[in-house]
Write a protein that binds this ligand. Structure first.
Ligand code: TRP
Length: 335
């Protein structure tokens, strides 16, 4: 089989939590080590501007997320790791694609429709607070993907529609101008763990139930101690299937450790003890990376340097390809 290009985008808003680590970061880093793939990872900071209008927050999140991926072992020598805003060809392509994207297609985007519905429910004007950035979000995302001729794009369920739109846009472009674009495919990981948060619902910023990935040891322990359990006493058998704590433990455990913990639940392990074991397991997995993370956060120039090298690699591909695209649509030298 020929080399597959896999592209992963990370919006630079907020700070990473354990759910991001288990559900996205860890599997993506593992997958990037497959010799059959040519991986692109980028920080979608222009996407961040849609949600966040706080400059310091955008910068801080960009640094935290870059440091996180590097600390956890993303190898910038093997993959292309860059910042969206460092590759001006992406926004250039976004404009060209905008001129070939039906407005009706964008009207159907879930995120946009949800924002309109919220307005209507609140008795507001349908357009209240909706920027062109939010409306055009899927076009910029299509440009991210098409710019690097990605074959595969790993995404969560909520992004599948955006991938459909990127396919649609690529096909339309090819139909008009010849087969210049690769039509990408979404890859939805079915078996990746969805981590519950401290309250048992899916760990998510919007539920305020997250455990930040890089809490110092003591605070990590405290956060794990706060995971909700029921009132069963030590000695009473407990049901792993009904326990957020077990699910969190299991996401970090080996097959063997999982089986042992299952048995411990049946034998009536005390909740406090089960939490202590979860803490030790999670802390053990993160401790070394946490030190690397802290070192990177203390030397942002180093992170910047990595991203600059990534930018040069990304542009080495994007610049000549963009010249072909520009030519194809008629933006050409006159003589
Ligand atoms: N929209 C994606 C998200 O919120 C992030 C993203 C931006 C992305 N551009 C992308 C993901 C391109 C994959 C490919 O999760």
């Amino acid at each position: 089989m020929t080399q597959q290009t896999v592209l992963t985008g990370i919006t630079t808003t907020g700070s990473p939590h354990l759910g991001n680590y288990v559900g996205a970061i860890k599997p993506a880093i593992l997958a990037s080590r497959d010799p059959g793939t040519d991986s692109y990872f980028f920080l979608a900071d222009y996407h961040a501007l849609i949600k966040s209008h706080d400059p310091e927050a955008v910068r801080q999140s960009t640094l935290e997320i870059a440091a996180t991926w590097l600390a956890l072992g993303l190898d910038p020598g093997r993959v292309t790791f860059y910042r969206q805003s460092d590759v001006p060809e992406i926004t250039e392509l976004a404009w060209i694609l905008t001129c070939h994207t039906a407005k009706g297609l964008m009207n159907r985007a879930h995120a946009y429709k949800a924002a309109v519905q919220e307005n209507l429910d609140a008795g507001e004007d349908a357009d209240f607070g909706i920027t062109m950035g939010l409306f055009s979000y899927p076009v910029l995302m299509a440009a991210d993907i098409l710019m690097f001729k990605a074959h595969k794009v790993p995404v969560g369920r909520d992004q599948v529609q955006h991938l459909e739109m990127a396919r649609d846009i690529a096909q339309r472009f090819n139909h008009h101008f010849g087969e210049l674009m690769v039509v990408p495919e979404a890859v939805v990981e079915e078996h990746v763990a969805v981590l519950p948060g401290q309250d048992g619902r899916k760990m998510s910023k919007s539920y305020d139930n997250t455990i930040p990935l890089w809490l110092p040891q003591k605070q990590l322990r405290k956060a794990i101690m706060k995971i909700v359990t029921n009132s069963l006493e030590p000695g009473e058998p407990k049901d792993p299937a009904d326990s957020a704590l077990f699910t969190i433990y299991a996401a970090f455990a080996s097959e063997e450790q999982r089986a042992e913990m299952r048995q411990a639940y049946a034998d009536g392990i005390a909740w406090g003890q089960a939490k202590q074991q979860a803490f030790e397991l999670i802390d053990g997995e993160l401790a070394e990376a946490r030190e690397r993370y802290q070192a990177l956060m203390a030397t942002p120039a180093e992170v910047e340097g990595v991203l600059e090298t990534g930018r040069d690699k990304a542009r080495a591909f994007a610049t000549p390809y963009m010249a072909d695209i520009r030519h194809a649509v008629g933006i050409r030298p006159l003589a």
